[in-house]
Design a protein around this ligand. Structure first.
Ligand SMILES: N[C@@H](Cc1ccccc1)C(=O)O
Length: 498
């Protein structure tokens, strides 16, 4: 009988009386575990071996588990301390005597009554006279695992896992034994056939491919999972957003992440004493200020801040300093780019109608939580045209979000110093049903447009890419998506659906 080399090796290494794990056979034959597994399945299909599968569970102590193995479980220590002190003792005293520190106190309390050690009531711990800490099954399991002994009680293992004291792991172990047919084949003699498992350039150029025997593919063979690189959810999302906006007739803007406050705030009629411009909300950079700003525009912006625009315009009556306008900070929104483009400072077409967008990072000194990071990607955009109305703004968002399967968006009136009217946008989270804010928008005011020299309407917005990703992937915490705490398992499997 002729068989591929790997199968011959495996067949010869296998035994009829002793089922051997594939890893062991792989060692014996110098085959890679995947190759040995494949050969075993092929031999099984030919009836020459039997493959037996079994799930093996292993349990390993975590660092915390090891600490408690050495020092005793917190609840056990609390019990011993209370018993030694006579059975009922003040909480503080018992904790001190047990040497419990920090979170150990809560851990002891959370497990004390559950395990029948006694009760904790109005600041006193009592030790149950019948309880026996030497019979603590969790402590015994920790000790057994530490010395490499198996623990059979699944309930105890599960509880230790949920307490973070052990890590459980499951793997499939396959063992191979010769069948009668396999033994017969070996007695009659098997020899290795030269089989080829891939077509190489050499085989093609030499013409050898005509004579060789190709190994068959076994698509059912168990292969180790390979975690290759993949596109990050946010990158996929950002590319998709760009495609959609380009499809809607928008051109892309680009510009600096660290910029003069002039572009980030002053052009937007943000008073210099606005809370968002104070030092604790701003990531100010300790670098020399921007020297190059369009002087005439700086003057017009200063005038708008001091006196407002138009006949009966009114300014802020608060100080305005050109030095402050030139100071550099990380942009808190990408509306700085819209200002650069709308002013003509960046190279933009400004003959209406025009549409521009960007998908870039913005930086804010926010408090981290499930929907806020210190940086996020903002989908900035504006449309410049004669006679725009709020309906145009809403229609644009409806069309945009529909491309991502989001049919229901809600608009809430809002206030921005630079737009009037202004609207916040909300979408519903697919998993939690919660309304989450997904963007902010409005029609630029005359105080913004006049200094820029624009005399038609401009509607504009800043939408959060991460929030859109939360709606489309179902992620419930933005920190799962990026940053050092990102959930790799989620990112490996998340699909960007639209
Ligand atoms: N800059 C606003 C978004 C916005 C841009 C343009 C107009 C209106 C609102 C924000 O970051 O929330």
């Amino acid at each position: 009988m002729r068989l591929p080399q790997a199968q011959v090796a495996l067949l010869e290494a296998a035994s009829a009386t002793d089922a051997r794990p594939i890893e062991q056979l792989a060692d014996q034959t110098d085959l890679k575990p995947e190759a040995a597994t494949r050969a075993a399945f092929d031999l099984r299909d030919e009836g020459l071996v039997a493959v037996e599968e079994r799930v093996e569970e292993s349990a390993r102590l975590t660092d915390e588990g090891e600490t408690y193995r050495d020092e005793g479980l917190p609840e056990v220590r609390l019990f011993r301390a209370a018993r030694e002190a006579g059975g009922t003792v003040g909480m503080g005293e018992a904790v001190g005597a047990a040497g419990l520190e920090g979170p150990e106190v809560d851990i002891a309390l959370a497990n004390y009554a559950r395990k029948g050690y006694g009760v904790v009531n109005s600041g006193e711990v009592s030790a149950d006279a019948d309880a026996d800490p030497d019979a603590d099954t969790e402590a015994a399991a920790l000790a057994a695992l530490a010395t490499g002994d198996a623990v059979d009680d699944d309930d105890v293992l599960d509880r230790l896992e949920s307490r973070g004291l052990v890590e459980l792991d499951e793997r499939t172990v396959r063992s191979v034994a010769l069948t009668d047919e396999g033994v017969t084949a070996l007695m009659e003699g098997v020899e290795a056939a030269e089989t080829v498992d891939r077509l190489t350039p050499e085989l093609l150029t030499s013409g050898e491919w005509k004579d060789v025997e190709f190994a068959e593919y076994n698509v059912e063979a168990d292969a180790p999972a390979v975690e290759g690189g993949r596109e990050h959810v946010l990158r996929g999302m950002s590319e998709r957003v760009k495609d959609v906006l380009v499809g809607m007739g928008f051109q892309e803007m680009d510009g600096p992440h660290a910029d003069a406050d002039f572009w980030i705030n002053d052009c937007l009629f943000m008073p210099q004493d606005h809370p968002a411009r104070t030092h604790w909300d701003r990531f100010a950079l300790d670098v020399p200020p921007v020297a190059d700003l369009p002087e005439a525009l700086v003057d017009r912006v200063e005038d708008a801040h001091r006196d407002g625009v138009g006949e009966d315009g009114d300014g802020y009556h608060s100080p305005w300093s050109e030095d402050f306008a030139r100071a550099i900070a990380l942009r808190g929104h990408t509306t700085s780019l819209s200002m650069r483009y709308l002013s003509g400072y960046a190279d933009a077409d400004l003959e209406p109608p025009q549409r521009y967008f960007s998908v870039q990072k913005a930086y804010r000194n926010d408090t981290l939580d499930a929907t806020h990071l210190l940086e996020f990607y903002q989908i900035e955009g504006w449309v410049m045209a004669e006679d725009l109305s709020v309906r145009d703004l809403m229609g644009t968002f409806e069309e945009f979000y529909r491309q991502f399967g989001i049919e229901e968006i809600r608009f809430k009136p809002h206030y921005n110093p630079y737009t009037e009217p202004s609207f916040e946008l909300f979408g519903e989270h697919p998993e939690t049903g919660e309304e989450i804010e997904i963007g902010n928008s409005g029609m630029f005011r005359d105080e913004v447009l006049e200094p820029l020299g624009i005399d038609c309407d401009v509607m504009a917005w800043g939408l959060a890419l991460e929030r859109l990703a939360m709606l489309t992937t179902g992620a419930e915490d933005i920190r799962d998506l990026h940053g050092t705490l990102a959930d790799l398992e989620f990112l490996r499997n998340a699909e960007v659906t639209y």
